[in-house]
Write a protein that binds this ligand. Structure first.
Ligand code: HEM
Length: 406
């Protein structure tokens, strides 16, 4: 049991390392994270914002253990200023990411049905239609085109609007708020857009208390009416889901960039379309999805790990990116191996906070890759690979634009 108390007593803790926010080019692995992985199973880091330092776990087994252990709390983080990557910190009640059990289960229950494998099967034809319309437009206008602007951004937003139940008349507004919130245009504009979106969500949930339907806003409206969740919680729960499509935009942006710059990988995808699934999983494992680390947890009691004591009240981060490069699980971890098997990667997290949108994200990724490869048989970058611009000062990494011809 790696968490058993060490009989010799805890040794001196490792030094606190500064982990600055880096604007990394392309799909490069964060060199600071690589260093921290070499330094130990458990290190200590100070991030650009917040206060103090936090533990960082980088090994696969430790990441799995910490993310599935109720002794590490998310709710507790909302009561402090933990060292963090993001400049702003304003967790809302109802957000799944900040809830511990039993609240997490209570909040998830009303909406879980909208994100299951069977719900995604029903969604598939409509999602394909949304995508086909976007690609029709690109083909009609002719090359070159920016795939991010024309397809990778509008597609996930359109699909999420479908799942959430955004009426056709409100889609343009919701899309504009979403784009503003996820843009890097500055905190002020994003703040105004958030106010707009959250006000709209409140009114929508309120109006759906006794409607029939399986869309998320209706499921939430009925759950509020039944007294299972507070209205304020419904709104805090819906917000991240409505904005969550962003992850698909940037992850698929990185994925397409990899396919477009590694001809052998693209050739393999075209040669064996029936075997694309495992290659997409390998790309999900390998892609450095985010900058730095996500959300911390706080130890509710002393926990001994690898002979180091994580004391009650101390903050802990896990790195799913690092876990996905753990050589014990993934031989030659820095190589993209389309034949890797097994591939138990943690790109969507682990434990109770496992990504709510994982099945939705996989559906969209599969449709995007299949459709673009089928309809653009000679898909290629329209600029040299080193001229592709990458997003800056951002949580989720990806190309700013992806100019292509076909
Ligand atoms: C949580 C990855 C797409 C909604 C997470 C977590 C990861 C992740 C690593 C954090 C797990 C943790 O906190 O320990 C991804 C990736 C995506 C993607 C790589 C795309 C390729 C989506 C989409 C949605 C979504 C499309 C919604 C429409 C959420 C929500 C959470 C979450 C609500 C918080 C869950 C909780 O704390 O209980 N995701 N995600 N994600 N994701 Fe995703």
């Amino acid at each position: 049991d790696p968490m058993a108390p060490s009989p010799a007593g805890p040794p001196a803790p490792p030094p606190v390392r500064d982990w600055p926010a880096l604007d990394l080019e392309g799909t490069a692995f964060d060199p600071v994270l690589a260093e921290l992985m070499r330094e130990g199973p458990l290190t200590r880091v100070r991030l650009p914002h917040g206060e103090g330092w936090a533990w960082l776990a980088t090994r696969y087994d430790d990441v799995k253990l910490i993310t599935n252990d109720p002794r590490f709390s998310r709710a507790e983080v909302t009561r402090r200023q933990v060292t963090r990557m993001a400049p702003n910190f304003a967790p809302r009640p109802g957000s799944l990411a900040w809830a511990d059990q039993p609240d997490h289960n209570r909040l998830r229950k009303p909406i879980a049905g909208a994100f299951t494998v069977s719900a995604m099967k029903r969604l598939r034809p409509r999602a394909q239609e949304i995508l086909d319309e976007l690609v029709d437009g690109v083909l009609r206008d002719g090359p070159p085109a920016d795939l991010v602007e024309r397809v990778l951004e509008p597609f996930p937003i359109g699909v999420v609007c479908e799942v959430m139940g955004v009426p056709a008349a409100d889609r343009a507004r919701v899309r504009a708020w979403t784009r503003e919130i996820i843009s890097t245009n500055g905190a002020e504009a994003a703040g105004r857009a958030k106010e707009g979106l959250y006000g709209w969500i409140t009114a929508t949930v309120r109006a759906r208390a006794d409607r029939a339907g399986e869309d998320v806003y209706t499921l939430l409206g009925r759950a509020v009416a039944r007294g299972e969740i507070a209205e304020e919680e419904a709104v805090g729960l819906a917000g991240p889901l409505q904005i969550g499509g962003e992850a698909v935009t940037h992850n698929c942006g990185q994925m397409l960039y990899l396919l477009l710059t590694r001809p052998e990988l693209m050739a393999r995808m075209r040669r064996r379309p029936e075997a694309r699934g495992p290659v997409l999983e390998e790309l999900l494992r390998w892609i450095p999805h985010r900058s730095s680390v996500g959300l911390a947890r706080i130890a509710l009691e002393d926990v001994d790990l690898h002979g180091v004591r994580i004391a009650a009240g101390e903050a802990v981060y896990v790195s799913y990116l690092a876990a996905n490069r753990d050589a014990d699980l993934f031989p030659d971890p820095d190589a993209i191996d389309p034949d890797r098997d097994p591939n138990p990667h943690l790109a969507f997290g682990n434990g109770p906070h496992y990504c709510t949108g994982a099945v939705l994200a996989r559906l969209q990724t599969e449709l995007l890759i299949d459709t673009l490869l089928a309809r653009m048989p000679h898909l290629a970058l329209a600029v040299p690979a080193d001229r592709v611009r990458w997003r800056r000062r951002t949580m989720i990494r990806g190309p700013q634009s992806l100019p292509v011809t076909w």
